[in-house]
Design a protein around this ligand. Sequence first.
Ligand SMILES: [Zn+2]
Ligand SMILES: [Zn+2]
Length: 394
Amino acid sequence: MKHYLLPQSGQFYKVNMHSHTTLSDGKQTPEEVKAAYKAHGYAAVAFTEHEGLFDLSHLSDDEFIAITSYEYSFGNPNNPPFCFYEGKVMTFDHNEQVHLNFYAKDPHNTKMVCYNPKRVWGNTRNYLDQFQWVGTPDYERVLTVECINEVIKTARENGFLVSYNHPTWSLNTYPTYSRFENLSAFEITNGGSDRGSDLDYTPYVYDQMARTGQRMICVAGDDNHNVGGFFLAWTMVKADKLGYSELIEGLEKGNCYASDGPEIYDLYVENGKVTIRCSDAIGIYYSTAGRRTGCKLTNAENPTVNEATFTIKPEDFFFRITVKDKNGKHANTRIYYLDEFGKDTLIGIVSNVKQTGKMKPEIADALLSVIENTDERDGYHLNSLYQQAMELLK
Ligand SMILES: [Zn+2]
Ligand SMILES: [Zn+2]
């Protein structure tokens, strides 16, 4: 039986998960951004203004959804404007920041969390008198992982999905992003930053975060501030129909993928193997929690690939698939964790590796019997399954 990783029913809706308008530091009005994206086949735009949460529901119609959202930055404002570089972070341009996007699950939720009007800058200050917040408006936001995690947690508790944005532009490193907690999403491609740097397509950061145990979907957005930054990277969300709650539910369930070019049509697991079908590609890549990878590439007889099937091994723990086209653009599935699959799919994975001789039969049999005897409601945590299998083998 096929276990669909992207639902078989419904349709994909194209969403720009990151944008700025004249409400903050963008050059176009929200109406102009809507018109441009709608004309370009987008079903939704998240208006992630800096430091300002606006309900733009009046822009939503039968064919377009305005996602209520905002972006916060964490940084150190005390760096001097000029210095001699001595290997130390000294000026604003050398200064690490962390940017998070917050997406309201309810389009009319305009209460910002951890708010402080002192942080509002530029055009957004024109709307200070209409902003609302949770708690008291004196939150001191600082660039520490503790503070970032507190803001993420508060936002999640108050009805927001939270995305971690553009790690390269922000000069982030492993000691920072490896310790985040409770994120809903990782921005694997920031269209605007990547266009100007070729550096903010960061799948390896997604893998590193996942290897610390963090679980989140991946998204892509333009972070557009001007027309030159339109239509660069997007998120495809699968839903039964176009609606605000349907899109949010699709994101929450991980029924989505990120892209700046290729399309993914189908993704399913059957008999221990994962199959992907996609638009014309030059490579399809399978990567895991560990070093193990797989790929299907073009050759002289087959100048494009549109489908690939990879064997899943239980010790992969998680996997994701990348589609690369001839223009060097990528579609990225989210990371799928083997322990989110049900009993039958896991049995298929273990049976398949047993059959192909890639796992010792006695280990496979022990693992199969543990999975058979585990109640679906308790979940199939791989570490615990392995441990129990090892006990059986003693
Ligand atoms: Zn940003
Ligand atoms: Zn931004």
